[in-house]
Design a protein around this ligand. Sequence first.
Ligand SMILES: Cc1cc2nc3c(=O)[nH]c(=O)nc-3n(C[C@H](O)[C@H](O)[C@H](O)COP(=O)(O)OP(=O)(O)OC[C@H]3O[C@@H](n4cnc5c(N)ncnc54)[C@H](O)[C@@H]3O)c2cc1C
Length: 271
Amino acid sequence: MAFGLTEPNHGSDATWLETRAVRDGSDWVISGAKRWNSVVDVAEVDLVFARTGGEDGKASGITAFLVPTGAPGFEVPFYWWTFNMPTDHAEVRLNDVCVPASAVVGEVGRGLDCAQLFVHENRIRQAASSLGAAQFCVDRSVQYTDERRLFGGRMRDYQGIQWQLVELQTEAELVRNTLYKTAWEMDVRGRTAVSDKVAMVNVRGNRLACDAADRAMQIHGGVGYSRHYPFEYIYRHHRRYRITEGSDELQYRRIAAAMWDFGSSRRSTAP
Ligand SMILES: Cc1cc2nc3c(=O)[nH]c(=O)nc-3n(C[C@H](O)[C@H](O)[C@H](O)COP(=O)(O)OP(=O)(O)OC[C@H]3O[C@@H](n4cnc5c(N)ncnc54)[C@H](O)[C@@H]3O)c2cc1C
C-alpha cells in the first residue's frame, strides 16, 4: 500500500465534475479520477460519479456507477496521509474502465439524487456520533475532576473548571433534543425532508465533539494529550466530520436555502 506525502496534485482548474462515461454498445466506458475513496482497500466496488450528458456544472446529466475495484483500468496510485495519520482514503484513477449497464445506480443522468440521499442520511449519523463522543468527553472529564486533587483541593471545586464542562453539557443537551426531533421528522416526513435541520445538527454536533475533546485534553493535562487516553483521537476523527459530508460552510448554505427559499433553479446560483 503506497502513501502519498508529496504536495498533492490539485488537478485542473475546472470547477465542475470532469470524470466522464460514454456508451459503448450496452456498456459504459469511464475515464477520470476520484479523490478520497474511503475504505476502497477492502471494497469490492467503488461508487463513481461521471458526466454522461448535459452541461458542465449542471446537476442533471451526472450518473452514478458501481465500479468493481478489480476492473482493468481501475488504479489506486496512493492513499492520503491526513490529520488522522496514514489512512484508507485512496486516490483513484479510472483509465477507460468498462462497466455493464447494470452498474448504473438509479437513473442515468440523475446520479446526484443518489448522492443527496446518502449525504443526507450520513449527516445526521455524523451528528449523532459526534454527540456521543462529546458526551463521553464530558462524562470522563467530570469523573477525572472528582478524583484529581490540585493545590490541596479537588479539581471539581473550581468554578473555572465546572463552567467549562457546564457549557459543553448544555450544548450537548440542546443538540440531543434537536437531533431527536429532526430524526423523528425524517421518519414522519420522509428521509430527505428537513435538510436544513439536519445541517444544523451536523454543524453543531461536529463542532461540539471537537470542542469537548479539546476541553477534555486540557482538563486531563499531559495524560489527556497522550495516546493512552482517547481524547486526541476523538479530536482528530471528528475534526474531519466538519469537512466531509458537506463542510460547515456547505451546511450553512443548506440552511440559507431554506431561510430564503432558494428553489432548485436558484440553488445552483446561491453563494
Ligand atoms: C478524510 C476524508 C475522507 C473522505 N471520504 C470520502 C469518500 O469516501 N467519498 C467521497 O466521495 N468523498 C470523500 N471525501 C471528500 C469530501 O467529501 C470532500 O473533501 C468535501 O466534500 C469537501 O470538498 P473539497 O475537499 O473539494 O473542498 P472544497 O469544495 O474545495 O472546499 C474548500 C473550502 O471552501 C469552502 N466552500 C466551498 N463552497 C463554499 C461556498 N459556497 N461558500 C463558502 N465556502 C465555501 C468549503 O467549506 C471548504 O472550507 C473525504 C474527505 C476526507 C478529508
